[in-house]
Design a protein around this ligand. Structure first.
Ligand SMILES: [Zn+2]
Length: 392
């Protein structure tokens, strides 16, 4: 039997409640906040992180306090309170002086999959203290892809003056059996790819320098904005921040889509390096630090792995050690200089990022032993590099 991959994604639907329904929803938010607050205070007082224990302590009390509300709200309030408590505990272990969260106004009501709501692409039916409310919702074109997916859970969200339903959809996909790897090296100005198969290789450079340019320009603007008054600053930052983010995001999505299509077309496993602890482990100067963290590498990797999964391909993360230094021909360790990789032992020369992509691909657990004798690698590196430019 083949392996199944689980795709999970959240989609937002705007609700169109009547005046009367708005009153009901507002009461629900108020009551739910109180439920979560009570659960949270109990959890913190008794230092409980187990759902079972908290449930035992609090269920009856909340049921008798709010008898009109469907009992399942108590369940989800416990879940939400525990998640707030746990993340507070986690944070306060890492750092001192973390303030205990005050639960005053909650803008999220957690609903679970079958007891509190029903969704049919036209309406949300929600269980409340005033019976079942049927609230129409707006379906946008981009939500259409989720038709046929399973509804796993949802949240009712209040934002400014409007109400939203965030639904988590899930789909099962049959995993493909890849016949080779795609080594992916994510850099500031390019994403470099090496398709490596037992008898074949292909090199692709995806130019994302425009996304970097947009970010750089934004950083300059931001530095200027820092000098302005606080109120003006906040407004301007929000404006530029949003615009810049959208443009860069768009470019990264586009690049990731191309990469996922190559994965499917070549039937290969996407392989990337682990980025873990880049921030903590190495300390660079301020300038270098900004440069290192200015391109959202992690996000790019996330998009690539998600989009590949949509085609049925699971990604692999490998340890980045020496991937930019080891010679694909003779195994010597060299320090790349500029864009060029040059081996001081065997004289091999190639683009440094393509060498890295190759090395990342070859670190995959898919290869039992090295698949190529050195000469083959030498020949494969002669194939022409394909170039794709991404515009923001
Ligand atoms: Zn060499």
């Amino acid at each position: 039997m083949s392996k199944k991959l689980l795709l999970t994604e959240t989609c937002k639907f705007k609700l169109k409640p009547t005046e009367e329904q708005i009153r009901v929803l507002e009461e629900l938010f108020t009551t739910y906040t109180e439920m979560v607050k009570t659960c949270f205070n109990f959890a913190i007082k008794n230092n409980v992180t187990s759902r079972k224990k908290l449930h035992k302590l609090i269920y009856r009390k909340l049921r008798s306090k709010f008898p009109d509300y469907p009992s399942h709200y108590v369940y989800t309030a416990i879940t939400q309170a525990l998640s707030i408590f746990k993340s507070y505990r986690r944070l306060s272990r890492k750092r001192r002086n973390i303030k205990q969260p005050e639960i005053e106004v909650l803008n999220v009501v957690l609903l679970d999959d079958t007891h509190l709501f029903w969704f049919n692409w036209k309406h949300l039916k929600i269980a409340t203290h005033k019976g079942h409310q049927v609230i129409p919702l707006i379906v946008h074109e981009y939500s259409e892809k989720f038709r046929g997916w399973k509804v796993k859970g949802s949240r009712l969200v209040r934002k400014d003056e409007s109400y939203w339903l965030h639904i988590t959809f899930r789909k099962e996909i049959e995993a493909k059996q890849p016949h080779g790897v795609l080594g992916i090296d994510v850099n500031e100005k390019s994403i470099d790819l090496a398709v490596v198969k037992p008898n074949y290789a292909r090199f692709i450079k995806i130019d994302i320098s425009e996304a970097k340019y947009v970010r750089d320009r934004y950083f300059k603007k931001r530095r200027n904005i820092q000098r302005k008054t606080r109120r003006k600053r906040r407004k301007l930052l929000a404006k530029y921040c949003g615009r810049e983010k959208r443009r860069v995001d768009y470019a990264l999505h586009k690049a990731s889509k191309i990469i996922a299509e190559i994965v499917a077309e070549e039937n290969v496993r996407p392989v990337m390096e682990k980025l873990k602890n880049i921030r903590g482990r190495i300390r660079y100067g301020r300038k270098m630090n900004r440069r290192l963290h200015s391109m959202p590498f992690r996000k790019t990797q996330l998009y690539i792995s998600y989009k590949s999964m949509e085609f049925g391909y699971e990604h692999e993360k490998i340890n980045a050690k020496n991937t930019s230094r080891i010679c694909p021909i003779c195994g010597e360790l060299n320090k790349p200089n500029g864009q060029l990789y040059r081996c001081k032992k065997c004289g091999f020369e190639a683009d440094r990022h393509l060498v890295a992509a190759w090395n990342i691909g070859l670190k995959s657990s898919m290869w039992g032993a090295l698949p190529f004798p050195p000469k083959a690698a030498h020949d494969l590196f002669k194939s022409e590099v394909e170039r794709i430019v991404i515009k923001c």
